[in-house]
Design a protein around this ligand. Sequence first.
Ligand code: SF4
Ligand code: SF4
Length: 449
Amino acid sequence: MTNDWITNYRTPAHYRYILHDSSHEPSTILNSASYIKREAAKCVACGLCLPHCPTYGLLHDESESPRGRLSLMLALAKAELPLSDKLELHLARCLDCRACEKVCPSYVSYGLALDSARALIESAREPSASPAARSVSILQWLVEKRDRVRTLDKILWLYRLSGLQWLLRTSRLLKLFGFAELEANLVSQPIPITAAEIYPPESKSKGKVTIFTGCLTQITDQQTLTSAIRLLNRLGFEVHVPPDQGCCGALHLHSGLSEKAAEFMGQNIKAFTGDTGPILCASSGCTATLSEYAKYRESEKSADRFCSRVTDLNQFLAGLTWPSDIAFRPLNKRIAVHDPCSLTNVLRQEDKPYALLARIPGVEIIPLPDNSLCCGAAGTYHLTQTRIARQLRAPKIDHLRRLAPDILVTSNSGCAMYLAAGIRQAGLAIEVMHPVVLLERQLQNGAGT
Ligand code: SF4
Ligand code: SF4
């Protein structure tokens, strides 16, 4: 990066503030420059992360690598570089997959630095009016209230049953208004939203667990929540579903809307104060965010306590001693396993789905090749950086075409929706589900028997 590169950019009018103007004080800890300086300064520019970065692998540009982006963030935080469309784009093209963080010998908290940089930029820019930004804003608005998600569930039902889905998909209207990608990923499933607050165990109680249901997951992945509750009840756990919980905040946090994300964190910390055991979450993207609340709410004891209870559902189930009377019906099928980045790079629990699936006799388990590379879903990334997202998804679909599994399992609802949409578009007959759905389906004397 040369000085010319830096000085050739002027701050365009849609940035409301010059970031280092003292009249613009950051309003949350996230949009302060201090996190960026602290984390980016740890980078020793060794380059060990570069071969693991999907965007660097695709674009072969230093500014699209973790090392390059950290140096841009640091220059921004130190006021050595003004805000520009180009700088914003380099940071927007990052998937936040954190593959770089996993291999970094200097333990740079890349995700924290990126969230802070995006919050810093967001606080200084006018809202974008692009179709992709509109889709993201609609999603963010929807997840802010549980009532809105429930209303959307009803609308999606009508949309599918009335034939309007078929009409819009076959016309070019969705594409014309920029909603084709959003629509392709929102699939309503024909089962009612989970409504009870306590689900009693089937046998003598072994203890209590609490379920984080998520926001959109309630409608896009209701089957996973239902299967998780049934399986936990069968294993002897009393399952609690706190009614006042909200979205985990990931959609806002990773888009730079730190104040809204902080509100969700406060809401969830308050909603899960009861003495009801571990907080289990089935979608690894949400679990990863919940497990890091304490990083964003430093010195808050309630945030520390909350995070110490957050556990990935696969991890919890794999760590149990299973009762001898629980058995699974054999299944002679090929199961491909996709490892979501959040499960691998943040939670580091990617071995757990394999351990759980191995309990089903007869299954052939195949890890999806190149599992260390993001599938492109990455929260709202597939809506804003559609071309790169599709370039990352395409090899996964090619692998699936070649391997021809019967089922693809993945533990993140966003990846499941995005991969399922790609599978549908490719005309492949592969079911996509969470490992827990398959386990519950194969339970002897369970729902599937
Ligand atoms: S591996 Fe870590 S220290 Fe090395 S360049 Fe990447 S971010 Fe910097
Ligand atoms: S988070 Fe992922 S896409 Fe972003 S710099 Fe790191 S490895 Fe690359």
